[in-house]
Design a protein around this ligand. Structure first.
Ligand SMILES: [Zn+2]
Length: 122
C-alpha cells in the first residue's frame, strides 16, 4: 500500500518564498519591527501590544506560506477568500470563521443550548 495522499506540487500563485505575498508580509513585518524599536520609550503613543499581536500574525502567515498551508482557514481548513487575503495577507481565517469567531472559543458546550434556539417565540 502506498501513501494515499496525492501531494500536488502546485506553484502557489499567491506566494511561496520570494513571492509577492511573501514580500508583502516581510515588508510589513520589518516596518512593525522598526516601529517597535523606535517607540521603545514608555510614553510613546504607539499601541505596542497591537503591533506585537500583528507581528505574531505575520509570522504565522509566513510559516503557513513556507509549509504550504497558506490560504487555508486555520479553523475550518477551508479556502480563504482571495480578496480577503489581498486586503490582509496575514489573515488566517476564512470569512465564515472570521465573522462567527466568538470572543471566547468554547465549542462543545454549545450542543445543549441548540434546543433553546428552536424554542417557540411566545
Ligand atoms: Zn474557516
Amino acid at each position: 500500500m502506498s501513501d494515499n495522499r496525492t501531494i500536488q506540487l502546485v506553484e502557489i500563485p499567491i506566494g511561496g518564498k520570494g513571492g509577492f505575498t511573501w514580500n508583502r508580509l516581510h515588508e510589513e513585518r520589518e516596518e512593525i519591527c522598526e516601529t517597535l524599536v523606535k517607540t521603545s520609550e514608555p510614553d510613546s503613543d504607539v499601541d505596542r501590544d497591537l503591533l506585537q499581536a500583528r507581528l505574531r500574525k505575520l509570522d504565522d502567515a509566513l510559516d503557513r506560506l513556507m509549509s504550504g498551508s497558506y490560504g487555508r482557514c486555520s479553523q475550518c481548513g477551508g479556502a480563504i477568500n482571495e480578496i480577503k487575503l489581498e486586503t490582509d495577507p496575514a489573515t488566517s481565517l476564512c470569512l465564515d470563521c472570521c465573522e462567527s469567531k466568538p470572543s471566547s472559543v468554547n465549542s462543545g458546550s454549545e450542543m445543549s443550548s441548540t434546543a433553546a434556539l428552536h424554542a417557540p417565540v411566545a
